[in-house]
Design a protein around this ligand. Structure first.
Ligand code: TXA
Ligand code: MG
Length: 342
């Protein structure tokens, strides 16, 4: 890393020029978005996008999301937009929403991993927005983490992991949402959620009348299986510590306490309200179970903190799989590599 900029309070103009120069010369910039931090580079350049894959250790067939500043830029990058797609764009952009569209040949093949489609997202965070708007370059940006690790939601969590892999780091403070965007593709005229996120199934139903969840959101997908989204195949969000997830049920807390009786060296990742009911020596509080937005904001940091506790096992308290809870559970099931106690 050559530069580290602090834009927590405001975007600094001379530094913005430097960032644009780095993007234009095919370098990598760690940038904040409202969901999670991203490792950004020019989506127009194979050379730049190849560097992203190397920096993350990302599988070659897993396409990147391309970030734009406005609708005009979307038009420049894709072939056509159907009425339903237009509705989705108008309802959810800018925001934590990615729409998979048919690409033309402006975006490089490395960004799309040679797919005919590309995920397009228009972030609402003013820092990444300003970089795209001022440079007029669409930015390919996957979540800022080494592939397989939890996504980064503040610079402190990812600085050591990524400092040698990028040219510039921009600190924009903590990400407001904390989990990645909802990825949607319209298949046979039905909006299909390929990755759940902050925009929920219900939100989309309200706009389009119908919506479908991909069947693979909670399944363990094999490496050679054909899936709607390559990201579904890979190990994700996993701490080094072995984790189990205890699903929401009437006796969820009793089950957690049972595991604590059988295992010595355990850390629990749980809710504020349950701290005194759970007999754990080590406890990471992810916030209130009545405030899933708070839980979403803290979950990736909690998954990173647990590795610092040096325990044999992490036990995670699950939430109901509905609304934002479905998106949180999607991340947790993967963090536990599908080890879920129902
Ligand atoms: O919130 C976000 O979306 C963050 C921030 C940085 O914008 N980005 C992000 O990117 O989460 P990444 O690369 O970590 O995850 C992108 C996901 C992957 O699961 C990938 O497989 C899927 O989106 N994806 C990307 N392009 C796709 C396409 N053309 N078709 C289907 N799935 C696609
Ligand atoms: Mg990711």
């Amino acid at each position: 890393m050559k530069y580290k900029f602090d834009w927590k309070d405001k975007i600094k103009n001379e530094e913005l020029e430097k960032v644009i120069e780095i993007i234009k010369t095919n370098g990598l910039v760690l940038v904040p978005t409202e969901t999670v931090y991203g490792i950004a580079a020019s989506a127009l350049s194979d050379e730049a996008c190849k560097k992203i894959f190397i920096a993350k250790g990302r599988a070659q067939d897993n396409p990147l999301i391309v970030h734009v500043s406005d609708k005009e830029m979307i038009r420049r990058l894709v072939k056509n937009v159907s009425d339903i797609e237009e509705k989705l764009i108008n309802a959810f952009m800018p925001g934590p929403f990615t729409l998979v569209l048919e690409k033309n040949n402006v975006i490089c093949d490395t960004a799309s991993a040679k797919n005919p489609t590309i995920g397009i997202r228009m972030p609402s965070n003013s820092i990444i927005h300003e970089i795209i708007k001022e440079s007029q370059i669409p930015l390919a940006a996957p979540s800022a983490n080494i592939s397989g690790k939890p996504s980064g939601t503040c610079i402190e969590d990812i600085f050591e992991e990524l400092k040698d892999n990028v040219d510039c780091i921009i600190d924009g403070g903590e990400c407001k949402i904390g989990i990645e965007s909802t990825v949607v593709k319209v298949i046979n005229n039905v909006p299909t959620i390929l990755r759940p996120g902050y925009v929920t199934e219900e939100d989309i139903r309200k706009v389009c009348g119908n919506v479908r969840l991909s069947e693979n959101l909670f399944k363990k997908v094999e490496e050679n299986e054909k899936v709607e989204s390559p990201g579904m195949k890979y190990r994700h969000y996993a701490p080094k510590t072995k984790c189990v997830l205890v699903a929401k049920s009437e006796n969820q807390i009793a089950k957690i306490n049972e595991i604590l009786l059988e295992n010595e060296d355990v850390c629990v990742i749980g809710f504020k309200e349950d701290r005194d009911l759970i007999n754990a020596k080590k406890y990471i509080n992810v916030g209130s179970k009545y405030n899933l937005e708070e839980v979403a904001r803290n979950i990736f940091s909690a998954l990173r903190k647990v590795d610092k506790e040096n325990v044999d096992l992490a036990v995670i308290e699950g939430v109901e799989k509905e609304g934002l809870g479905l998106s949180i559970m999607n991340r947790l099931v993967r963090a536990c590599e599908n080890k879920v106690i129902e």
